[in-house]
Design a protein around this ligand. Structure first.
Ligand code: PHE
Length: 453
């Protein structure tokens, strides 16, 4: 008979079951999951990809990808996490036996890798927000980006951002993660909607919208656009590395998982879409469209600040708010990334939460240093993580829940009485997701090897 002795000041690390931490409310869970999803990926990259290929046609493709492939995988992660009440490694072992543990470790590796460079970029956003607040965006935007994005400044802000992330995760599921998301996510929505409304009043708004959304269905007839849309959906929804699984492991059995998935994916899409409505008018109001084409990062950190500069005082305010929204999105995503890794250490090795958060946070910080010294390294880490790890992870999850797990429908249906389409869900996992993901993986590998994309 195991006797669990707790000192009362440690929230986790006990055996599975009764002692596991728990969300305080349904809204808390949904907000935290939305916080994990909404981040640097969709606040900027989504609209950029749309503008680059297909416009509104890309948006349609993206929604299709989300509905047919990404949403089923999100629901699969939720089902595993809530059912096993364990972080990825043990959840996979719970339903599939020890042979599936390595997949869980792959997820953990992805967590380390993504957070390491993600925190470096997040550090830039912090630096830019402070810049807007204190000095404004005047000066040579390219030179400034070069100074901020690499070297000591980048390392210092990366460290500061990691420290904040660690302190939230160390605070635990309810008083750290849930509380932070409940405060920050509404803030982000308000800022973003405000920015989009402001942008709609600008002279270049119509041109900006046209650049972003003019539908070009012919541009979709390419596997590489298809795989970009899919890759974007997985990255944006934080899928394929067990972050959503981990958040679901703090849920009650009676949570309605299909509704939660729909709400989370819907909110994530809306944020991405609205961010584009804010960004492109700003750029077009100042005739900067020629500067957009160069690179995603350049457009975000060079072109936009140039637009803010041209807008004078209003630009300073708008720019500061814009980067503050990015900081918020990045922080709530980083929290989810770190939590997956920390939860694994707590569940597998029984380490206490605080020491796990601090120790693993330091390791991740160190892994990010090369990315803070060299943009090429950062770009490679991004490609490897987003396009390869998450896609392999999603593929494996689809196969696991579709083919290996016993009675996933019985599990997912708990808390969702009356939902009749679970057989469709499993069919999508079995027959649709795997081939799509294999195509995506092929194109991702090609892009990685050829050095573009
Ligand atoms: N979804 C986050 C974004 O869009 C990134 C992320 C990926 C977060 C994987 C957690 C896990 O920026």
């Amino acid at each position: 008979m195991p006797v669990v002795v707790t000192t009362g000041d440690e929230e986790g690390g006990e055996d599975m079951g009764e002692q596991r931490e728990h969300w305080g409310s349904r809204l808390g869970f949904v907000m935290a999951a939305v916080g994990s999803a909404v981040g640097l990926g969709n606040m900027w990259r989504f609209s950029y990809l749309a503008a680059e290929s297909g416009g509104a046609a890309f948006v349609v493709l993206y929604i299709g990808m989300t509905a047919l492939v990404a949403l089923p995988i999100m629901l699969a992660e939720f089902t595993l996490g809530r059912g096993a009440r364990q972080s990825p490694v043990l959840a996979l072992a719970h339903y599939g036996g020890p042979a599936w543990k390595p997949l869980g470790w792959l997820f953990v590796a992805a967590g380390f890798l993504i957070l390491a460079y993600y925190s470096v970029i997040a550090g830039w956003t912090v630096r830019y927000a402070l810049l807007g607040l204190r000095d404004g965006f005047a000066g040579d935007a390219s030179a400034r980006f070069a100074a901020i994005s690499t070297g000591l400044t980048a390392i210092v802000f990366h460290a500061a951002f990691m420290a904040v992330t660690v302190s939230v995760v160390a605070g635990g599921v309810r008083s750290g993660i849930e509380r932070t998301n409940l405060v920050l996510m509404p803030m982000l929505f308000v800022i973003l909607i405000g920015l989009a409304i402001y942008a709609s009043q600008l002279d270049g708004a119509a041109l900006g919208y046209a650049y972003y959304l003019r539908p070009r269905f012919d541009e979709l007839a390419s596997f590489s656009v298809l795989s970009q849309a899919a890759g974007q959906a997985f990255f944006s929804l934080s899928l394929g590395m067990g972050a959503m699984l981990t958040y679901a492991s703090y849920l009650d059995r009676h949570e309605h998982l299909p509704n939660a998935s729909l709400q989370i994916a819907g909110a994530d899409f809306l944020v991405a879409f609205i961010a584009g409505l804010a960004v492109f008018p700003l750029i077009f109001a100042h005739g900067l469209e020629t500067a957009v084409g160069e690179s995603t990062v350049g457009a975000l950190f060079i072109t936009l600040p140039t637009a803010f500069e041209k807008m004078g005082l209003a630009g300073r305010l708008v720019g500061t708010l814009f980067f503050a929204a990015l900081v918020v999105g990045a922080l709530t995503s980083a929290i989810a990334l770190l939590e997956q890794v920390v939860a694994t250490a707590m569940d597998v090795f029984k380490w206490p939460r605080r020491s796990s958060a601090i120790g693993l946070g330091v390791i991740i910080f160190l892994m990010g240093v090369p990315a803070a010294l060299d943009l090429d390294v950062l770009g490679k880490m991004d490609q490897l993580a987003g396009n390869v790890f998450l896609v392999i992870g999603s593929l494996a999850l689809a196969i696991f829940v579709g083919w290996r797990m016993q009675d996933p429908i019985g599990e997912v249906a708990i808390g969702a009485p009356g939902v009749r389409w679970f057989f469709l869900w499993r069919s999508l996992l079995r027959f649709v997701a795997p081939p799509v993901l294999i195509v995506v993986l092929y194109y991702s590998f090609r892009a990685l090897v050829s050095g573009d994309g």
